[in-house]
Design a protein around this ligand. Structure first.
Ligand code: HEM
Length: 85
């Protein structure tokens, strides 16, 4: 089950390889730190401006072919938040 909160709840220990959207090892993405920083800023900004409602509730599995991604597109209806700038 995709449950990333299991790490913050202390039910699982994060080990090398638990999270690998940027690959692993000597050829790991050199932009990983930059994109992680930027990604958090972009997601925080989008979530402050919009609400996201998933359209298709079919199961989404992690697909680790080459890099970690959802097994299918996660389509959403995007609603502008009332008090967003
Ligand atoms: C969300 C954005 C990004 C994702 C998901 C991503 C993911 C990846 C992945 C999966 C690899 C292959 C790692 C492997 O072979 O094990 C890679 C390699 C690489 N990435 Fe990224 N990347 C991102 C953004 C960037 C950015 C912004 C830069 C540069 C500023 C960058 C520079 C590189 C370079 C130079 C490599 C080749 C490293 C090597 O072969 O030694 N990436 N990236």
């Amino acid at each position: 089950m995709f449950d990333p909160d299991r790490f913050s709840r202390g039910e699982a220990k994060a080990t090398l390889g638990s999270y690998f959207p940027f690959g692993l090892g000597p050829r790991m993405c050199t932009g990983a730190s930059y994109v992680t920083f930027l990604g958090i800023k972009v997601i925080a900004r989008l979530c402050s401006m919009f609400d996201f409602e998933t359209v298709n509730t079919d199961e989404v599995r992690p697909d680790s072919t080459l890099y970690l991604k959802p097994s299918r597109p996660v389509l959403c209806k995007v609603h502008k938040r009332k008090f967003s700038k």
